[in-house]
Design a protein around this ligand. Structure first.
Ligand code: CTP
Ligand code: MG
Length: 183
């Protein structure tokens, strides 16, 4: 019984800790459109720097939604006495870092000749986690160490859970015609 509670407790905690990033990433799809981040400029290889899938609106809208979710967490934690609470810095770096990771991924995807929307398994699903973690580790190492570095189970749970959640979200996004591909 205790094992079951621990199992779901760990999953719940992982999702709570990652919430700003988990909101920012899909919200970029919702807000996406308009001018691309790379302004349609090309790299030396003749390919787009980032591609048409990375837009300013998606980037700003996604980041803003992630930050809003994180501020809500801070508020909820104070009202309901939730012991695990993100810092303002972590809220910003988890959201901004998520979409920065997504953009860096697209840069390298274009360089290896993958067209916009082509599937790159694992990397497409964990790019935003890497961005969120790296930026948070740089700007709030104390918070990041407390909840992630010192709890390898949380890291492992995020790495296993994210591709599953990502896939389910994208199938949903594809079905409601928000996304061009179900991945
Ligand atoms: N999107 C956006 N701006 C961002 C990120 C995403 O507008 N910064 C929107 C785009 O409409 C994009 C969709 O969300 O097509 C899905 O995002 P993603 O899968 O990350 O982009 P892809 O189109 O697959 O492009 P890439 O091959 O570069 O990953
Ligand atoms: Mg994609």
């Amino acid at each position: 019984m205790l094992e079951i509670i621990n199992f779901f407790g760990t999953i719940f905690m992982a999702m709570w800790l990652m919430l700003p990033a988990y909101i920012a990433n899909p919200m970029a799809v919702v807000f996406g459109g308009g001018p691309p981040v790379d302004m349609e400029m090309k790299w030396h290889d003749g390919q787009r720097i980032l591609g048409g899938g990375k837009t300013i609106r998606g980037f700003v809208g996604g980041t803003a939604c992630g930050i809003a979710a994180g501020l809500f967490q801070i508020y909820a934690a104070s009202v309901f006495d939730i012991p695990i609470v993100p810092t303002i810095t972590a809220v910003i770096t988890l959201s901004f870092g998520a979409l920065l990771g997504d953009i860096v991924k697209s840069f390298f995807k274009r360089r290896i000749g993958f067209v916009r929307g082509a599937e790159l398994p694992i990397i497409d699903q964990l790019d935003f986690v890497a961005g969120a973690w790296i930026l948070t580790y740089i700007f709030d190492p104390v918070w990041f160490t407390k909840y992630f570095i010192s709890s390898p189970w949380i890291i492992l749970t995020v790495l296993v859970l994210t591709p599953i959640l990502h896939r389910l979200t994208n199938i949903f996004g594809y079905n409601i015609k928000l996304k061009k591909e179900p991945w």
